[in-house]
Design a binder for this molecule. Structure first.
Ligand SMILES: Cc1cc2nc3c(=O)[nH]c(=O)nc-3n(C[C@H](O)[C@H](O)[C@H](O)COP(=O)(O)OP(=O)(O)OC[C@H]3O[C@@H](n4cnc5c(N)ncnc54)[C@H](O)[C@@H]3O)c2cc1C
Ligand code: FES
Length: 240
């Protein structure tokens, strides 16, 4: 659904990472879905995961990497954005057992925040393992802890939490997991934790709504569009 959103706040929460809270029509937005933001001055919309929904507030957490996200970082409360919501298939939270594992890397963490909130509301025990390059990039730890999740943070350079990568600290046996992160992390999760989980894939997108085929990936069910059949796939379906 395309609608106008009012920026409530837009603040830096870590190195090059911002949290934007917007007010608008949040009806039907599910964990693991994404939105497409039309940034003023940019031709293509930018896909961003839903970080949280509370009443009429939508939270987006984004890393400033290029023109679109740099422009977003300059915006402030009072301004508006044209956003398409309700995009893609999110996490199927009914697959979770009583113990659930969330695995996130960098800006793959935001979709897990909304999932964690829903899983905790359903009474699940939620363990979160997050990986970042270094201390300055870490965000979200307090949010997960405030929800009552058990949290482990890893940094590649050891400047915060455990030195190393997420797959160094995954619990065994690994409960059903929900994951999102860069491709090397996803490959490592599949090798280490197996396929009893769901993974949100981040592919470069054109249209974002299933028309251009620019975001297809190979799965056990043939080529599928990340923006339409995904972004969340059963881990066992991925050919990465
Ligand atoms: C389903 C999905 C969810 C995402 N969720 C988040 C999130 O929650 N937080 C976050 O920081 N980032 C997220 N990303 C990545 C984010 O879309 C890109 O970082 C962003 O589009 C970069 O835009 P830019 O204009 O700053 O960069 P530029 O490099 O200038 O962008 C140029 C073009 O490439 C596209 N593009 C560039 N990088 C990516 C990428 N990694 N994925 C898809 N398209 C890209 C842009 O949309 C734009 O059309 C997500 C991507 C996808 C596909
Ligand atoms: S981005 Fe166009 S089909 Fe997915």
């Amino acid at each position: 659904m395309k609608s106008e959103w009012h920026i409530v706040s837009n603040e830096r929460i870590a190195e090059r990472v911002f949290r934007m809270i917007l007010r608008g029509d949040t009806a039907g937005i599910a964990p693991g879905q994404f939105v497409e933001v039309l940034v003023p001055g940019c031709y293509l919309r930018r896909p961003l995961s839903v970080g949280d929904v509370t009443d009429d507030r939508l939270t987006l957490i984004y890393k400033m990497v290029g023109e679109g996200t740099a422009r977003m970082a300059q915006m402030s409360s009072g301004q508006t954005l044209d956003i398409l919501t309700g995009l893609g298939h999110g996490y199927d939270l009914t697959k979770a057992g009583e113990q659930v594992l969330l695995i996130g890397g960098g800006v793959g963490v935001p979709p897990l925040m909304y999932a964690a909130k829903e899983l905790r509301a359903a009474g699940k025990h939620v363990q979160v393992v997050m990986g970042f390059n270094s201390k300055g990039e870490v965000f979200g730890e307090d949010t997960f802890r405030a929800m009552g999740c058990e949290v482990t943070v890893c940094t590649m350079d050891g400047s915060y939490g455990t030195r190393g990568v997420v797959t160094d600290v995954l619990p065994t046996p690994t409960p059903f997991y929900y994951a999102c992160g860069p491709m090397p992390m996803i490959k490592a999760i599949l090798r280490t934790a197996g396929t009893n989980g769901q993974i949100s894939m981040e592919e470069r997108m054109g249209c974002g709504v299933g028309l251009c085929m620019g975001c297809t990936i190979e799965t056990t069910e043939g080529f599928q569009r990340v923006c339409k059949e995904g972004p969340v796939f059963n881990a066992g379906a991925l050919k990465v």
